[in-house]
Design a protein around this ligand. Structure first.
Ligand SMILES: NC(=O)c1ccc[n+]([C@@H]2O[C@H](COP(=O)([O-])OP(=O)(O)OC[C@H]3O[C@@H](n4cnc5c(N)ncnc54)[C@H](OP(=O)(O)O)[C@@H]3O)[C@@H](O)[C@H]2O)c1
Length: 165
């Protein structure tokens, strides 16, 4: 099983504002769609509500402490551990890479567990209320970088957890 983050963050680590994304970058949304198509996704309840609907052709696992929260098209679980267990039990259907897609709370709780981080780094500062944690260069190495210029300068970065043995 491979556990991955997929996230877009500004130069000052902002990922969200008022429960929405601070930017509109179509190529990044396309990257997200292609990368996660057919896969198992884990997300916090606020991210699920921000998207507004289950992401099609994917397993949508939503983490929430609310016992009476049962949105259509999603599996709701009370902890990240249970979310991972459900995704692991469905590897034959959705593949062995599990994508954690946010938001801030869920990223913070899982950055110590992930193997891969797909980070779209937008080379501009934004105001926002939700941030992505620091990617520790002692723990993660950058294995890929693809630069883009439109509609703002940004880079598709891939980080892999270093083998610490
Ligand atoms: N730029 C990006 O790549 C990106 C990606 C995703 C999201 N975002 C942005 O991030 C923002 C949302 O992030 P957020 O931090 O506010 O919320 P979030 O992480 O999406 O969701 C938080 C909710 O998840 C549940 N939760 C979190 N940790 C839990 C735990 N350990 N156990 C059980 N339940 C848990 C709780 O739901 P209940 O309150 O229901 O208990 C909590 O209120 C939005 O602005 C969104 O647009 C950005």
């Amino acid at each position: 099983m491979i556990l991955s983050h997929i996230v877009a963050a500004s130069e000052n680590d902002v990922i969200g504002v008022n429960n929405d994304l601070p930017w509109d970058i179509p190529e990044d949304l396309k990257f997200f769609r292609e990368k996660t198509k057919g896969k198992a996704l884990i997300m916090g309840r606020k991210t699920f509500e921000s998207v507004g609907h289950p992401l099609p052709k994917r397993l949508n696992v939503v983490v929430s402490r609310q016992k009476d929260y049962h949105p259509e098209g999603a599996v709701v679980v009370p902890s990240v551990d249970e979310a991972i267990q459900i995704c692991e039990s469905k590897i034959s259907e959705y593949g062995d890479e599990i994508f954690i897609i946010g938001g801030g709370q869920i990223f913070r709780d899982t950055i110590n567990m992930v193997d891969i981080i797909y980070l779209t780094r937008i080379h501009k500062k934004y105001d926002g209320d939700i941030k992505y944690p620091n990617v520790n260069p002692l723990l993660f190495e950058q294995i890929e970088r693809r630069d883009r210029k439109e509609p703002v300068p940004f880079s598709f970065l891939t980080y892999k957890r270093k083998n610490t043995f």
